[in-house]
Design a protein around this ligand. Structure first.
Ligand code: RP5
Length: 175
């Protein structure tokens, strides 16, 4: 039987999926079981509330809510649960995501939502942030997260060396 999901990814629309993709990649890489749903705060309010109200009971520990435009989904999700909610704003209108960003980051006091970067970077960071939360009580996951950071740092050093090597090559002025 598949492992019970620890994280839920809720998108306001299937059109938000490209922003969710990097989160799925992170969860697969870290071996974190997740659930993914399309459920809207305004198009399917009852469905969204029902899913979120049962989330903790169903074993979920973190909820990621991805939405564009007025983007009230993360706030509505947070209103229905005591679980930590991570919001990811999507550029889905002529306002290029400023609408969703302000909507998610400007939660009134009392019901917090952690707001990530806009778009796919935010999707990836939401998953990493969820991993960090889960890692507080999972030493194996904490170790994987430390390895991830080490590999990232090694990648930067490699990039730096790559640029130095290119510039010191005899024909570097040609490119
Ligand atoms: C929001 O409205 C969704 O999260 C999406 O980003 C945006 C547009 O939705 P669609 O019209 O593409 O379904 O609720």
């Amino acid at each position: 039987m598949a492992e019970k999901p620890l994280v839920a990814i809720i998108m306001g629309s299937a059109s938000d999926y490209p922003v969710a993709e990097p989160a799925l990649e992170i969860f697969r890489a870290f071996g974190v079981p997740f659930d993914i749903e399309v459920s809207s705060a305004h198009r399917t309010p009852d469905r969204t509330a029902a899913y979120v109200k049962d989330a903790e009971k169903n074993g979920l520990r973190v909820i990621i809510a991805i939405a564009g435009m007025a983007a009230h989904l993360p706030g509505v999700v947070a209103a229905h649960t005591a679980l930590p909610v991570i919001g990811v704003p999507v550029a889905a209108s002529d306002l290029k995501g400023m609408d969703a960003l302000l909507s998610i980051v400007q939660m009134p006091p009392g019901v917090p939502v952690a707001c990530m970067s806009l778009g796919r970077a935010g999707g990836k960071n939401a998953a990493l942030y969820a991993v960090q939360i889960l890692a507080l009580e999972d030493d194996g996951l904490a170790g994987k997260f430390r390895d991830y950071r080490r590999e990232m740092a090694a990648g930067v050093e490699k990039q730096s060396q790559g640029i130095k090597d290119r510039l010191s090559a005899p024909d570097s002025s040609a490119s």
